[in-house]
Write a protein that binds this ligand. Structure first.
Ligand SMILES: [Mn+2]
Length: 336
């Protein structure tokens, strides 16, 4: 954990120049919510500020205020890189290593801007000048709220900011059920609701926005693709690109699939493999002590949190699963 002093952030903001906010590849609710929440806050402070995302965000986040101002690097490469070049200050939110922003990483690395990291993932790289980093925070949105309060600007939290921050708090805590959900989380949530975040509307926008195909894909994952290995208390689901296409796969459609197996009694570890554009993306979730951040780092070039992490593999889907099954015996004791 490293939370630099509020006075240092105030000084940096006083001479910030144009500000760019960047979040990670495949931005989720916390990435988008924290970026746009900070965006509205800095706007209220009179700053010149832009949000850049490495690639498109899922459709169910379309309700977020300010989403029309976001620059997608994949679609508007020049515009995004020019903004990074001109920036005097770059905030990097909800990630802590340039590998997480793919091609955009180069532009940020080359930029002479002051870099400020606000994040809650394990093992941050040391590219920034200022840090607001805490692995015990439920979400980056929680940290943005505390950041605004620390800077003495709680009064600036309005409906727009509250809506954005509530979104990340909701999604990163699995609707307030993960162990990272603290009393502090709930206090912040209470305040955000008072500031105008409509909790029921936000939940509906995110969770009750399925297409028929998405729901059928989920059904297929569970009825046809679920493998349970009782001796390890592990379950995994895999989807090839062909299978996804059969259900008219759209970005975000398989979000959350990995959580379903964990609802099985006695299961401790759930894994979801999905093949796309020649690589296999892997999601890891666990209950209790089993550390999937460590597992993902050790075997699948990934990382994240103790109970939720991601990784990838560049060999085939079948081979990836074989590799996964081959390392499981090493964890038999931990998973017992
Ligand atoms: Mn997050």
């Amino acid at each position: 954990m490293r939370r630099d002093l509020p006075t240092l952030f105030k000084k940096a903001l006083a001479k910030s120049g144009p500000i760019v906010i960047i979040t990670h590849w495949s931005p989720d609710g916390d990435a988008m919510g924290s970026s746009l929440g900070l965006y509205h806050y800095l706007k209220a402070k009179g700053k010149d500020v832009k949000v850049i995302i490495p690639n498109e965000y899922p459709e169910f986040l379309d309700f977020l205020p300010g989403k029309n101002t976001v620059i997608n690097h994949l679609a508007q490469k020049k515009k995004a890189e020019d903004a990074v070049k001109k920036a005097g200050t770059v905030f990097t939110l909800d990630f802590n290593s340039f590998g997480r922003i793919e091609e955009l990483g180069k532009a940020v690395q080359e930029s002479k801007a002051v870099k400020i990291m606000i994040d809650h993932h394990q093992a941050p790289d040391d590219y920034a000048q200022l840090y607001y980093h805490d692995v015990n925070a439920s979400s980056t949105c929680e940290l943005i709220y505390e950041f605004i309060v620390a800077l003495g600007d709680k009064k600036l939290v309005d409906k727009k900011i509250a809506t954005c921050l509530y979104t990340g708090l909701l999604t990163d805590t699995g609707s307030f059920r993960f162990p990272s959900t603290s009393a502090t989380t709930h206090r912040i949530v209470a305040d955000l609701i008072e500031k105008g975040a409509n909790n029921a509307d936000i939940y509906n926008a995110i969770h009750d926005d399925n297409t028929v195909e998405r729901l059928k894909l989920l059904g297929y994952c569970i009825s046809d693709k679920l493998n349970v290995l009782n001796e390890y208390h592990v379950a995994y689901i895999s989807l090839s690109e062909e299978e996804q296409n059969r259900f008219q796969y759209k970005k975000g459609d398989t979000e959350g699939v990995v959580n379903y197996p964990l609802s099985i009694r006695g299961l401790k570890f759930s894994v979801f493999f999905s093949e796309r554009d020649g690589i296999v993306k892997i999601s890891f979730r666990s209950k209790g002590k089993f550390d999937v951040n460590k597992f993902a780092r050790t075997h699948f070039s990934g990382g994240g949190h103790k109970n939720a992490a991601g990784g990838k593999s560049t060999v085939s889907l079948d081979q990836t699963i074989k590799n996964f099954l081959a390392v499981l015996p090493l964890y038999k004791k931990e998973l017992a």
